[in-house]
Design a protein around this ligand. Structure first.
Ligand code: SAM
Length: 241
């Protein structure tokens, strides 16, 4: 059975494409062009690893706790199977540590950010793009927000991870820059596919099906609005550390 924290590769690409602009802005702000070593945590199918390789000056390491999806890792990247709660790297080895759609899935966000911070060099930066389903907007209401909040909580994920990021980074001693990335899009029934691998009750499955049908009816139109805000964060480790 598919794992709830790993969408199908086509859906992971859809999400990554949608986040291209904010990701690019955050990576530029974090100085990726000067980075000699980049760590991508929770890389999944490696849908952004190529981009990191293209933009960084040196080594890109991609890490995930699941080995299987990393078979898609580009040859030039170093793929490592491991857990973000205990990164298998010594201190101060990366110029940039990158997360996208990962921190909502971890058991202990403070520990994971602490680990990322430990492996960052002084002057290095943590970059994260994470959603916050509590801020989800719909019009007319399809009930998707409740479906997502309930299903994510049942899997042990944190649907409100986005709003907790900045505070966790500040507690880890990082200097935080934060933006809310709002990228409204016309109705697209494919967003509902992301619910497929989550544990829905039979009646919730029915609601998801109906929501997808409603979206399909108004495909590529502003008549139906579904939007999830993303927190975009760049947190820098002080040079003085
Ligand atoms: C939603 S996918 C995102 C993948 C990729 N970052 C992207 O944007 O397409 C979440 C990924 O985080 C990984 N993950 C979740 N918790 C992890 C942990 N504690 N350590 C390492 N990887 C983790 C999952 O295995 C999964 O591949």
């Amino acid at each position: 059975m598919a794992r709830p924290d790993l969408p199908q590769i086509a859906d992971a690409r859809m999400l990554a494409d949608w986040l291209t602009g904010p990701r690019s802005r955050a990576l530029r702000r974090a100085g990726i062009g000067l980075a000699n070593s980049v760590l991508e945590v929770g890389c999944g199918h490696c849908v952004v690893t190529e981009e990191l390789l293209r933009r960084a000056r040196g080594l890109v390491v991609c890490l995930d706790r699941q080995a299987e999806p990393m078979r898609a890792a580009p040859e030039q990247a170093l793929a490592v199977c491991g857990d973000a709660h205990g990164l298998p790297f010594t201190d101060a080895v990366f110029d940039l540590v990158f997360f996208q759609n990962v921190l909502l899935w971890v058991d202990d966000i403070e520990r994971v950010i602490g680990e990322a911070c430990r492996t960052l060099r002084a002057g290095g930066a943590l970059v994260a793009l994470e959603p916050d389903y509590g801020g989800m907007m719909e019009h007319p209401d399809l009930g998707l927000r409740e479906l997502w909040l309930g299903a994510l909580q049942r899997t042990g994920a944190d649907p409100l991870a986005g709003r907790k990021l900045a505070g966790a980074c500040e507690r880890a001693g990082l200097q935080v820059w934060l933006e809310l990335a709002h990228l409204p899009q016309k109705a697209n029934h494919r967003v509902v596919r992301l619910l497929d691998d989550l544990p829905l009750q039979p009646d919730e499955r029915g609601r998801a099906y109906n929501a997808a049908a409603a979206l399909r009816e108004r495909e590529d139109s502003w008549q139906q609005f579904v939007h999830v805000p993303y927190f975009l964060l760049v947190a820098t480790k002080s040079d003085a550390d």
